[in-house]
Design a binder for this molecule. Structure first.
Ligand code: PEP
Length: 295
């Protein structure tokens, strides 16, 4: 049996097992979650801020470290900025308590598209919400390249997040090889078209896109303002083709890839850069605060 057939067979078995599980579950089904391909909700999340600064902590920080971080950033004036921290999921409830009243919101770094079932170690949209998360990062390059997530998987997650009232941050970005082969725009267009397949303009009011060139993540090598500007304006154009002009204009497009206090100012000046997804520098409360202040 070839690999493709085997994969399909396993997927079918898992689906069947899920159906049995679902039938035995007493909770009422959540509207819109049974079939992730058919969004039922058309809601608008409150992300009408001008800039967004998101901290992707990845697999870093323990409870004690996170508490110290929260205490240091809690009192800062975030004004018209949307600040969201994405800690490891188990820290989310503690962070929400520790940051109460600050206006800083909490998100999850990933999730499965199904609401429950036999998916060891995965976390569902219900659990993400239950933990108090309002956002979820989807399609991060580490998920794509280390854990082999495909555009189709990411698309299921995007739709599921929207259906459950969680704002997806859809990450897109090219590898160094792809950039050197002049394939950047083709890759970005495909990731957007496939990742957003089946979403409507109304739903996209609850969507954030992050451009994260893979060669810039965690490498200390940032895209130049010109490189970032070109891709961000291409993303805006592609979103206009997928939805329409006024929808595309309102979608926040973040830049991510070795953002530091030193390069924040030159990048944030660019017209289509609406904020940042920050990895390494977001682990330092002082650096993260400085990036927020400079936006
Ligand atoms: C990221 O992981 O999303 C990221 C942008 O990381 P870094 O800022 O460390 O490059």
């Amino acid at each position: 049996m070839n690999e493709d057939k085997l994969k399909k067979m396993i997927e079918r078995m898992v689906r069947d097992a899920m159906a049995v599980n679902e039938a035995n579950v007493k909770d009422p089904p959540i509207a819109g979650s049974a079939d992730v391909r058919k969004p039922l909700h058309n809601f608008k999340m409150n992300i009408n801020k001008e800039k967004m600064i998101a901290a992707n902590w990845k697999m870093n920080m323990t409870t004690g470290e996170a508490r110290v971080f929260a205490a240091k950033v809690k009192s800062m004036n975030i004004d018209r900025k949307e600040v969201v921290i994405f800690p490891p999921i188990y820290l989310a409830p503690m962070m929400i308590n520790a940051l109460a009243g600050s206006g800083i919101r909490i998100g999850a770094q990933n999730m499965h598209h199904e609401i429950r079932g036999a998916f060891t170690s995965e976390i569902s949209p219900l659990m993400v919400k239950d933990a108090g998360c309002e956002f979820v990062i989807l399609g991060h390059s580490e998920r794509r390249h280390i854990f082999n997530e495909k555009d189709h998987d990411i698309n299921l997650k995007v739709i599921s997040a929207i259906n459950h009232g969680i704002v997806p941050i859809l990450c897109v970005g090219e590898t160094l090889d792809q950039r050197e082969q002049n394939a950047t725009f083709r890759i970005i267009r495909n990731q957007l078209r496939l990742g957003l397949n089946g979403t409507t303009p109304r739903q996209s009011t609850s969507l954030v896109v992050a451009y994260e060139p893979v060669w810039a993540i965690g490498t200390g090598r940032t895209a130049t303002p010109e490189q970032a500007r070109n891709v961000h304006s291409f993303i805006r154009e592609t979103l206009t083709q997928i939805y329409d002009y006024s929808t595309a204009r309102d979608i926040l497009i973040l830049y991510g890839g070795s953002v530091t206090p030193e390069n924040t100012e030159s990048l944030i000046k660019e017209k289509d850069i609406d904020g940042f997804l920050v990895g390494g520098a977001s682990l330092s409360p002082d650096k993260f605060k400085r990036i927020i202040e400079l936006c």
